[in-house]
Design a protein around this ligand. Structure first.
Ligand SMILES: [Mg+2]
Length: 373
């Protein structure tokens, strides 16, 4: 029962100011896969300040296009709806913004814009309560196994792939991801085989086709790779091709991983209900934020499916640590230019930060210098 002296008003924390801006970050190294190269990270920021003076920061990203559209949607359509809203009612705000933009949802631009707001509100919540995100969102365990993607890009030579995998193994990391999708299947097979031979059997190798293949081609290559004991085959087909994923999951023993190109909770439900994926890779930015990310993770748990979040390790470390069914965090550092600290890695596991809020130590001066007007 609520104490008689506490009025409803005193439990509310109105939003009094919102700032939105964009920072372009150049990738730390060339990153290529079967369909694209990561030219720049357009990083869209939202700062939400409450009447208590607490400032929460959220962000979303693109890998090169559309970031200005996200910023414009925030400024023109979403931010005006936030004034005076109770920052504690994250779900109510999410629903309000989602339905207000329903004519352009579900879609990447809308989801990214929603995410930046939602993440800022979770940052406010954590700072207000003095709790780190990983505890606030569930608190399953403070560390998560880490796999490396930075040594596995498609343009790298076989020798470079082998060197990268061995370097990860020497650091005590349990796995690496290698891009696939060379014109000839044999070339993919040769590259993967060289890495498997170098690292030995007790080491996880994930492969990622970035939606580049047809069902027929993916089935052919999965068959070629079967003996390599791959940990997962990621995005073999376009994310829209649910039926193809169902067929492929039944045709290979390699677990199918999907999620980085899925923008809504209900689309994940379709994959789970159809048995189309063995591992989910939700991305909090592309899904609309932390709130829907947690729903996807819990939905996956109900289907006895593991999650391994896509990219954004600085944020996802806390979400993976929050839920019981996260198996891996992806190592792609991208925020060094604008943060003052890095993720702690101990014995091949990433450690969720204990600082209140989402736990990213933004370098405000660096951001101010890079911020586009
Ligand atoms: Mg991928």
């Amino acid at each position: 029962m609520r104490p008689a002296t506490t009025s409803e008003d005193s439990l509310q924390t109105p939003i009094r100011r919102v700032d939105t801006y964009l920072v372009d970050l150049i990738p730390e190294r060339p990153r290529t896969d079967a369909i694209q190269s990561f030219t720049k990270q357009e990083t869209i920021f939202v700062d939400v300040e409450t009447s208590d003076g607490v400032v929460g920061t959220g962000y979303a990203y693109t890998i090169g296009t559309g970031g200005r559209a996200v910023l414009e949607m925030l400024r023109h359509d979403l931010v005006p709806l936030l004034a005076g809203e109770d920052a504690n009612q994250i779900e109510a705000i999410w629903q309000k913004l989602f339905w207000a933009t329903h004519g352009t949802a579900v879609g990447a631009i809308t989801s990214l814009a929603l995410a930046a707001v939602d993440i800022a509100l979770w940052d406010v919540r954590g700072k207000t309560l003095g709790q780190p995100l990983w505890r606030l969102a569930g608190g399953a365990r403070p560390t998560v196994p880490l796999y490396d993607t930075e040594g596995g890009w498609l343009h790298l030579s076989t020798n470079e792939l082998v060197d990268g995998a061995l370097a990860s193994k020497r650091q005590g990391w349990p796995g690496v991801k290698l891009k696939i999708g060379k014109p000839r299947p044999q070339e993919d097979l040769d590259r993967l085989s060289a890495v498997r031979e170098a690292v030995g059997p007790a080491f996880d190798i994930m492969v990622d086709a970035n939606q580049s293949m047809t069902y027929a081609e993916a089935r052919r290559r999965a068959h070629l790779f079967e003996h390599l004991d791959l940990y997962w085959l990621e995005e073999p087909l376009p994310a829209e091709d649910l039926g193809g994923h169902v067929q492929l999951a039944a045709a290979t023993s390699i677990p199918i991983a999907v999620g980085e190109s899925i923008y809504s909770l209900s689309h994940f439900r379709e994959y789970l209900a159809a048995g189309a994926a063995g591992i989910l890779q939700p991305d909090a930015a592309r899904l609309g934020g932390i709130s829907p990310w947690l729903k996807v993770a819990h939905l996956a748990e109900a289907f006895n499916v593991k999650v391994a979040p896509h990219f954004l390790m600085e944020l996802h470390v806390s979400l993976a640590a929050a839920v019981p069914n996260a198996i891996y965090l992806e190592h792609i550092p991208q925020l060094r230019q604008i943060t003052r600290s890095e993720i702690e890695i101990v014995g091949g596991r990433a450690v969720a930060p204990e600082s209140p809020g989402v736990g990213i130590d933004w370098d405000r001066e660096a951001i101010a210098k890079l911020r586009l007007s």
